[in-house]
Design a protein around this ligand. Structure first.
Ligand code: HT9
Ligand code: FE2
Length: 386
């Protein structure tokens, strides 16, 4: 829609998988949380509370293993397609850090990298912060001027990311058809698409500054657009199974989770637990929770959905199905490789796949894209300077 990028073919020496990072033992938990929240104004009580989530699992987040598995899956897919591109991996908040991956690139003589951030949407936390930390990794490894890093576009509406959610929701709905009947299900079941809450001030600044995306900015608009596409595809499959029997659509809404920050700072709402608690009054007996904002079943999914949201559902007398994240799903992995190839080969924007009218998102972020409302701009890669 607003991609003005130069689509010239570009040579890359390697792929850089840029992850969030997570602790891998009890001693890592507090230093990891300090890394994540440095300068962010997160209250101490919130940190202690979140530490207990990690402690409950031995101080280990599964997220680093997810990225090890994703790296291996990317390598296998590249090999299968005969593409000779090594994959490096580094994290924003825990070892192996991005700077270590850059140092490895330097040692191995790689000069031109294409980054994949494990985050699909636009906002400070889900896009710009990765770009800033990539810039910072070039700084701390002294490789500005030696190594260049491009980054694949935000892929919220790429079929590789969306298809696993369509398949997952479809499977959940098919299970509900067995329990509630093909038509009755629309009264008894509701789909909640869950994503990470962010401060509303950051949400309003998400995406290019010169475009107005309404309440919640590009961040909420992208999630709503993807949820709509998922439900459209799912309704079509329902209709095919129903053999022309007319069906009311299954109700759905976008909800938010994992709010932190000071209580006085507004964050995107409704919270998933509040939304679940309202469902019985609307006659619902089951909730399908779709972690649309996440690429793997990491701590925010394991704790905030599988633990907290499930408990809220039980207390509300609802059964709950939680749909899987893309993880190392075949379509997702092959979609990520496609995103690299569209840059390497300079695929024209008009030929790039995008399942919503918001995309294909630009390769290079617009000036003043995804500003942090409190901290303003730090230098960042893969964008036009504000
Ligand atoms: C949009 C978004 C994503 C999705 C995009 C993406 O995937 O990148 C995401 C992912 C994740 N968030 C994660 C963990 C944490 N996020 C925190 C804090 C925050 N997240 C925020 C936003 C997001 N976060 C924000 C606005 C804050 C407030 C502080 C700040 O302004 O930066 C805190 C501090 C404690 C707390 O306040 O909860 C923790 C521990 C993990 C790792 C899980 C694991 O270990 O398995 C992952 C994948
Ligand atoms: Fe987070």
């Amino acid at each position: 829609m607003h991609n003005t990028d130069d689509t010239a073919p570009t040579h890359y020496d390697a792929i850089l998988l840029a992850g969030f990072g997570g602790p891998e033992g009890q001693d890592d938990v507090i230093p990891f949380l300090r890394n994540v929240t440095r300068g962010r104004g997160i209250p101490e009580e919130r940190l202690e509370e979140v530490a207990t989530h990690y402690r409950h699992f031995g101080g280990v987040s599964p997220i680093n293993d997810h990225n090890r598995q994703l790296k291996a899956a990317l390598e296998a897919e590249l090999k299968r397609r005969g593409i000779d591109l090594p994959v490096l991996w580094g994290n924003r908040n825990w070892a192996p850090y991005l700077s270590e991956a850059i140092e490895e690139a330097e040692r191995r003589g790689f000069r031109s990298l294409i980054a994949i951030a494990t985050s699909a949407y636009s906002s400070y936390s889900s896009c710009r912060q990765y770009r800033e930390d990539l810039w910072g990794a070039l700084d701390s490894s002294g490789t500005h001027g030696t190594i260049t890093i491009d980054k694949v576009r935000q892929f919220f509406d790429h079929p590789g990311f969306v298809t696993p959610f369509i398949d997952g929701v479809d499977e959940a709905i098919a299970a509900c058809e067995v329990d509630f009947g093909a038509a009755g299900l629309a009264d008894e079941v509701e789909v909640l698409f869950a994503t990470h809450s962010i401060p509303t001030a950051d949400a309003e600044r998400s995406g290019p500054r010169d475009l107005d995306f309404g309440h919640g900015g590009a961040y909420a608009a992208q999630h709503n657009a993807v949820a709509e596409v998922v439900m459209l595809a799912v309704e079509q499959r329902r209709a095919e199974r129903a053999n022309a029997e007319p069906l009311a659509p299954v109700p759905w809404q976008l909800v938010y989770q994992s709010r932190s920050g000071a209580p006085s700072t507004p964050w995107l709402e409704p919270d998933i637990n509040d939304a679940i608690a309202e469902l019985p009054a609307a006659g619902r007996r089951r909730v399908i929770v779709v972690p649309l904002g996440f690429v793997s079943d990491h701590m925010e999914v394991m704790w905030d959905l599988d633990n907290e949201a499930r408990e809220t559902a039980e207390q509300s007398g609802l059964s709950m199905i939680r749909v899987a994240t893309p993880g190392t799903n075949r379509d997702y992995v092959s979609g990520l490789v496609d995103l690299v190839l569209e840059r390497r080969d300079g695929v024209p924007v008009a030929e790039r796949p995008a399942m919503t009218t918001l995309g294909p998102w630009p390769d290079v972020c617009r000036p003043a894209c995804c500003e942090n409302a409190r901290l303003g701009f730090k230098p960042a890669l893969a964008g036009i300077a504000p």
